[in-house]
Design a protein around this ligand. Sequence first.
Ligand SMILES: [Zn+2]
Length: 353
Amino acid sequence: MSTNFDSTYLTDKQWYIPYSALQSAHNWEIIGYSSEERPLLYTSLGHGSRSICIWAGMHGNETTGVFIILSLIELFQKKQIDLEGFTLHLMPVANPDAYVRYSRRNGLGIDLNRDFSSFQTIESAKLVGWIKMHEPELCFNLHDQRTIFHVGGHSAYTSLLVPSAEITRTITPMRRALMNRLGNALSSMQVDLTGVGRYTDEYYPTAIGDYLMANGIANILIESGVKEGDLERRAARKFGLRTILATISADDSPSKVYDQLPLNEKGQLEWVFTNVLYAHMRVDVAIKRFHFVNGHAADYVYLVDEIGDLKAKPRMKEVDGTAIALAQPLELEKPVNGHFGDYLFEEGKILSL
Ligand SMILES: [Zn+2]
C-alpha cells in the first residue's frame, strides 16, 4: 500500500471544521439526533463482509479524528486506499453539541466517555447502538490527548491503547490477540516509533473502550497528540490513518511490539523561556497555546502555564531568556503579555517576531 496519501485533511493547518461545513463535506446519512437536535452523521466505505467501526468527536474539543475520518473518505474515493474485504463504518462526530462549542462535554454538561454504563445521554446510547448494529470485528475510538504527555522526554504525538476488560487489567485472550494485531501492524508500517506511546490501561467501566471490551467488542483507542512545531497534530493524523489501515489488515500472530511501547508520562511543557528576569529574580516561564472556537471561527491564545524552576520538566520548545526582562506581571492560565525577546505578546496573541 502506498503511504503517499494525497489529502489536504492530513496536511493543512486548520484544526477545526465548522459543523455545517462538515455536514456539506460529504453525502452523510443521519442516524439520529443529539440532545440539542443536531444530526449524528454516519457513512460507510467498501462492501466487504468484515466490519470495522470508527468514530471521533466524542469529546468536542478533540478534532484530529474528524480529519482522519475525512481523509479516509477522500482517499477511498480517490482510490488511494484499498478496502477489499472490509466495510468501514464511520461516525465523524459522536458528540456534535460539544463539537460546536469546542468543549469536552455535551450540551447537558455530561462527559460521554463516563456514560457507557447507564447511558444517560442520547449520544452515548446512539453511538453504542450504532456500533452493535454493525457487529464489528474491530473498532477505533479516536481521541486527542493534551500536550502534557511525553514518552521518555519526547512529545507523545500518538498514544495507543488496547483497553482493559475488567478492574484487574487481565490480558484476556481477546485482548492478547488485539495487542498482537496492533503490534504486527506497527511492524508492518516500518516507521520510527519515537514519540509513540501506550496510554494507561487503568480500567474505567464507564468509558466506551472498556465497556466494549467487557462486552466482547474489540477496540483500539488512538490518542492523537502534538509534535514540536505541529500543534495542529498533522503528524498524528497521518500516523493514526496509517495505524488504522495497517491494523485492519494485520494478523494476530504473536508480537510484542505494542507491549514494548513506552508508557505515557505527564509533565511536558510546551514552550519554555529560561532564566528570564522577572521581579528582580531569574525564573523560567512556560507558556502554552490554547485553542478555542469563537462562533464558527477557530482561534487560539497563548496562556501563562507555569513559572519557577522548570528545568526538570521536558518541553517541546525552549528559548534562552537571559536577555529577557519582563515588565508586566504574569498570571497563571491568563493570556501572555509583554516582550519575550523576539516575541511581543499582547493578550495572548503574538504581534511580532
Ligand atoms: Zn477524549
